[in-house]
Design a protein around this ligand. Structure first.
Ligand SMILES: [Fe+2]
Length: 516
């Protein structure tokens, strides 16, 4: 992160001040122009729905964005608009426990982020917004368990990679039925690719997004998927981004194709992309971007049962290696020195039974070379091996580390090993690579296994590899994690049939994962 403290503080206040104490005092405080703007709003301001995220024992972030014309910049007047919010203990809002007024500002795309506090731990709440006589749909959310709670069961869904053009986001319909306490989304929430005439559903616009308005339109289109909208309205999300929220395979301020995107232009693109990301995600004001910088790595606690470390593996990484030797260069970093220290401190000092790490990209080895020798992907942790191996070594003294990843558009469930160069190396943890919601669309499963099964002997740490679309579901208890790979038969239709492809188990105190 860069930026002086005063400017950080200004940004924080600008976004944080959007939440006022109570309706009565806010009415006195609001300028006449805000009241006038509220009274002249177009219809349909709540077209993007509602969401919640980053639950705490006493609070949660509530989100909406006013956008009566969502695919054309939003369609809001250039004015600050007051938005009332309320949180209730019941679905019918008979017992409202918190309410207030937030300000939807032009500078933040008329997004609303309310950091509600004063709630009770481990409880379900309902929330909604109102402005200019228009009422949003109601959303449901859940606070985290009390800090001292040992926790009986936490149900977590792991999702990633939802390419609009590859299919409908039907796995969320099943996720909704499974009723998770929290959804962890590890990247590729949007794809920046240009509209394709042959796609199942076509991206809006005429090309890749570069400007803030273009990214806003892309997020707005994704939010129009009914299953995604319903899931956001039904459980809190904990999100982090990967590359496609900006540009395929970017690293820090280096684009995929530096010859085509000069540095200054790419910094402008990053600035637009991060701003649109913040505007559309249910995250705290700590994630308000500072130009081309955004703070996404953070920790969430679920009593003494789970500590969730959310990583940022894009912003601080070295440029990708281009050779096998380069992938082993000890100078390459994935996390940056500061984030790496923060992660290790959080792992070793954790009071939690389970230490989850949400890493956008796969940590276990993928050896693509059948037989003698190795061949790696350079964008994943395999391309940053020295740092990966340091973490794996540290995992030996961490209580029950489990890595949750995405990116691959495959289910890959693996033992994490101390050193993949040694066949008899110790198992130090488990990793779940949670396939994709829709990216890559429906696969030819016979062709997939014909290509990938011959690599199984080279990767004996893999327990399951599969190419169905879906997500992973975890029931986390003190003594074990029961995991289900939930898949759908198709994403090429708006409705699909879900099933459990595999069930697995991680036992506390016994590193690794096993098929049940
Ligand atoms: Fe992806």
């Amino acid at each position: 992160m860069t930026g002086s403290l005063p400017s950080d503080r200004r940004r924080f206040l600008a976004a944080g001040a959007a939440v006022l104490g109570g309706a009565a005092s806010a009415r006195l405080w609001l300028p006449d122009t805000a009241r006038a703007a509220e009274n002249a709003l177009p219809d349909g301001v709540f077209s993007l729905g509602v969401a919640s995220g980053d639950p705490l024992p006493d609070g949660v972030v509530l989100w909406t964005r006013l956008a009566p014309d969502p695919l054309n910049g939003g369609g809001m007047p250039d004015a600050t608009v007051p938005v009332q919010w309320e949180v209730a203990e019941d679905e019918r809002f008979r017992k409202v426990v918190r309410r207030g007024i937030a300000l939807a500002r032009t500078a933040y795309g008329h997004s609303v982020h309310v950091d509600v506090r004063g709630l009770r731990a481990g409880r379900t709440y309902w929330y909604r917004f109102r402005t200019g006589g228009q009422l949003s749909r109601a959303g449901r959310t859940r606070t985290a368990p009390a800090a001292t709670s040992s926790g009986k069961n936490l149900r977590v869904a792991l999702a990633s990679c939802q390419n609009w053009q590859n299919g409908y986001f039907t796995p969320y319909a099943d996720m909704l039925a499974q009723d998770p306490d929290v959804v962890v989304f590890v990247g590729d929430y949007i794809y920046e690719s240009a509209p394709s005439a042959t796609a199942v559903r076509r991206h809006e616009g005429t090309g890749e997004p570069y400007s803030l308005t273009q990214y806003r339109n892309r997020y707005a289109q994704y939010r129009s998927d009914p299953d995604l909208a319903e899931m956001h309205a039904s459980a809190p999300f904990v999100v982090t981004f990967d590359d496609h929220e900006v540009d395929n395979d970017f690293a820090g301020e280096i684009p995929q194709d530096p010859a085509k995107q000069p540095h200054d232009a790419f910094v402008s693109r990053l600035t637009a992309a991060y701003q649109a990301y913040y505007e559309h995600m249910p995250v705290r004001a700590t994630a308000v971007p500072n130009g081309p910088h955004i703070r996404m790595h953070r920790r969430l606690e679920f009593g003494r049962l789970v500590r969730l470390n959310v990583l940022d593996t894009r912003q601080f990484r070295s440029d990708q290696a281009t050779s096998q030797a380069g992938a082993q260069d000890p100078k390459l970093t994935m996390l940056g020195a500061q984030q790496k220290r923060w992660l290790l401190d959080g792992l070793h000092g954790s009071p939690a039974r389970w230490n989850l790490i949400a890493s956008q990209i796969m940590m276990a080895e993928t050896d693509l070379q059948i037989g003698e020798g190795k061949l790696w992907f350079y964008d994943a942790w395999d391309g940053y091996q020295a740092e990966r191996n340091v973490l794996l070594d540290e995992f030996k003294s961490v209580r029950n580390p489990v890595v949750l990843s995405g990116d691959r558009h495959l289910t890959m469930i693996s033992d994490l090993k101390e050193d993949y160069a040694k066949a008899d190396s110790a198992v130090v943890g488990a990793e779940f690579v949670g396939t994709s919601i829709s990216s890559n669309g429906d696969q030819d499963h016979a062709a997939f296994h014909k290509e990938w099964d011959p690599r199984m002997p080279d990767n004996p740490h893999w327990k399951v590899i599969d190419a169905h679309r879906g997500y992973h579901l975890f029931d986390i208890r003190r003594d074990r994690i029961d995991a289900q790979v939930r898949v759908v038969d198709t994403v090429l239709q708006p409705k699909s049939a879900p099933s459990t492809l595999a069930t697995l188990r991680v036992d506390a105190g016994r590193p690794g994962v096993k098929l049940v």
